[in-house]
Design a protein around this ligand. Sequence first.
Ligand SMILES: NC(=O)c1ccc[n+]([C@@H]2O[C@H](COP(=O)([O-])OP(=O)(O)OC[C@H]3O[C@@H](n4cnc5c(N)ncnc54)[C@H](OP(=O)(O)O)[C@@H]3O)[C@@H](O)[C@H]2O)c1
Length: 124
Amino acid sequence: MASDPHDYVPGVLRQGKRPHACVVVIFGASGDLTKRKLIPALYNLALEKRLPERFAVVGYARSDMTHEVFRDKMREAVEEFSRTGLKDKEVWERFASALYYERGEDCRAQASASAWSGRPRPRR
Ligand SMILES: NC(=O)c1ccc[n+]([C@@H]2O[C@H](COP(=O)([O-])OP(=O)(O)OC[C@H]3O[C@@H](n4cnc5c(N)ncnc54)[C@H](OP(=O)(O)O)[C@@H]3O)[C@@H](O)[C@H]2O)c1
């Protein structure tokens, strides 16, 4: 086991394979942590081709936002906070097309149920 957590690389990545399809749900997606750290980190994984082919992010918070507004805000966040900036617009477009936003006020029930009912619904 690596002694420094920064040295840790999961086995599948060492072998050059991508991880399986997954959906990342971010609770508090309109907040500071999401724009400052989480989305820039995921975008950098996309740049390094370390995300699964089938990948999506569902952001969840109380603020009312369309998917498009969420994507625009996350683009600004990457431009401001990513160590690479918005390095590759093509990678960004593909990554952004997999960003979705779901509004709700109670993390325990109804909104998560609708987010998990299948592919996130296009909004407006
Ligand atoms: N910011 C950082 O760099 C950082 C670093 C390390 C750890 N953290 C920790 O990460 C956590 C979040 O920090 P943050 O800076 O992102 O805080 P923040 O800017 O205040 O954001 C909080 C988020 O949670 C959402 N939220 C709050 N109550 C909710 C509810 N009842 N239902 C649904 N969504 C709700 C807010 O939604 P609305 O605003 O849309 O209502 C907002 O998106 C905190 O525990 C913080 O200590 C943050």
